[in-house]
Design a protein around this ligand. Structure first.
Ligand SMILES: *Cc1c(COP(=O)(O)O)cnc(C)c1O
Length: 401
């Protein structure tokens, strides 16, 4: 998207504002499916926790995507959007047994990542086929909060517990129809991914009724110039080769599934905010915007980098700024960043604001959540209204005691 389009949208819809470029989402989706075009049955299940606006879901549905969900509410949003239950996989962690049962009743594929839940579910519902999420104990990911395949992870059933899984399957007569792994976000190295894939293949051999193998996600996207990103094309070549060989060995065609979140939507998103104050202190110049970690928590939460451009003054001389929010505690988006000279009233544009940005926003400091706009073929469509005072009062009950 062009900065001038983003500026016009901010004028039209106000700030702060999230804008998503449909074309980028489509390109990323096509890139992934093209990289695996030699796989006969490929399934892309968009991990909707990254960005769950129903218009984004609709767009991905149109492209042929399914959904990866982590709560029954996400499942319901998916069904509301028009996804078939069979297009949805439920990959929860630590949710109640009743929630898993309810989702299974809707006809959605269940993915279980806990032995006791597996045993309980298999005993009660032996006719419902389930997928198991394994933990291959592979370290992947740049941040300990978001790497989920290592030994102390709460996710998945350890591969060392597969004999126990097999015993449960035998005892209950349940069917395992899929094996899943998700080794965490930010996979830098496709060799690590392929190594984990070998562990998944090894595990898969021990189950006779598989229909799909799900390799999760964690593809890394670039946040700034020079960043390494997962080479999807190379991964496509290498994993396809191994997958096709495994299918032969297994003796039956299988579906290859992925569930990317970030890869599909991160780069499509832009967060626009207005500069309220420029404040010179003894050591730095602060640019304070009309937003905070209530709207974009990733920098404060796990130190993620979002490139920031001053789209009101793109040709201005670059200076160093610390960009901060208005939340009444430390609320820093970026330290000592080179940005084109900022004046009060300028609009700053945060890149990579598609994934885990709006979906993690809150009402902290009693602020309204921003509006969201979908940009398609030169036109901006409002896909979520900015909140108003009623939204803050909703569900609150005033009692005088
Ligand atoms: C969050 C999540 C994903 C998506 O991860 P990205 O890094 O956004 O691609 C995929 N699968 C599961 C099970 C997840 O929890």
């Amino acid at each position: 998207m062009q900065p001038k389009d983003l500026l016009v949208l901010t004028e039209e819809f106000g700030s702060p504002l999230y804008v998503y470029d449909a074309t980028t989402i489509e390109q990323q989706y096509n890139r992934l499916t093209k990289a695996f075009s030699k796989v006969e049955k490929l399934r892309v299940n968009y991990a909707m926790k990254a960005l769950s606006n129903i218009s984004i879901l609709k767009l991905l549905k149109k492209m042929g995507s399914g959904l990866d969900t982590v709560s029954i509410q996400e499942v319901q949003l998916g069904l509301h959007t028009g996804f078939e239950p069979s297009d949805i996989i439920f990959t929860p962690n630590g949710v109640s047994f009743e929630e898993i049962e309810e989702v299974a009743q809707l006809g959605v594929q269940i993915n279980i990542d806990n032995l006791s839940v597996l045993e309980h579910f298999g005993t009660k519902h032996p006719k419902v086929p389930v997928c198991i999420r394994i933990n291959p104990h592979v370290m992947a990911g740049g941040n300990e909060n978001i790497s989920v395949g290592h030994i102390d992870s709460k996710f998945g059933i350890s591969i060392y517990q597969i004999p126990h899984v097999l015993r449960i399957v035998n005892n209950t007569n349940m069917t395992i129809n899929g094996i899943h792994m998700h080794t965490g976000s930010d996979i830098l190295d496709i060799e690590v991914f392929l190594y984990a894939a070998e562990i998944l293949f090894d595990t898969a051999k021990q189950f006779n009724n598989l229909e799909f193998l799900d390799f999760g996600s964690g593809f890394k996207v670039p946040y700034k110039k020079g960043d390494i990103e997962t080479n999807i094309e190379e991964l496509g070549k290498k994993l396809t080769k191994r997958f096709l060989a495994f299918e032969k060995e297994y003796g039956k065609p299988l579906t290859l599934a992925f569930e990317p979140g970030k890869f599909l939507v991160s780069e499509a998103g832009y967060f626009l905010a207005k500069v309220n104050v420029v404040k010179q202190t003894t050591s730095t110049v602060f640019a304070g915007i009309d937003s905070g970690f209530n709207h974009l928590i990733r920098p404060m939460f796990y130190g993620s980098h979002h490139q920031i451009e001053n789209i009101s003054n793109p040709k201005g001389k670059e200076r160093f700024y610390t960009v901060v929010g208005y939340i009444c505690e430390t609320d820093t988006f970026a330290n000592n960043r080179r940005i084109a000279e900022i004046k009060e009233g300028d609009i700053l544009c945060f890149k990579n604001a598609g994934a885990y940005c709006f979906s993690m926003s809150s009402h902290y400091n009693s602020r309204f959540k921003p509006a969201e706009v979908l940009w398609k073929e030169g036109k901006g469509y409002l896909i979520r209204e900015r909140e108003n005072f009623d939204d803050l009062l909703k569900n609150q009950i005033m009692v005088e005691v």
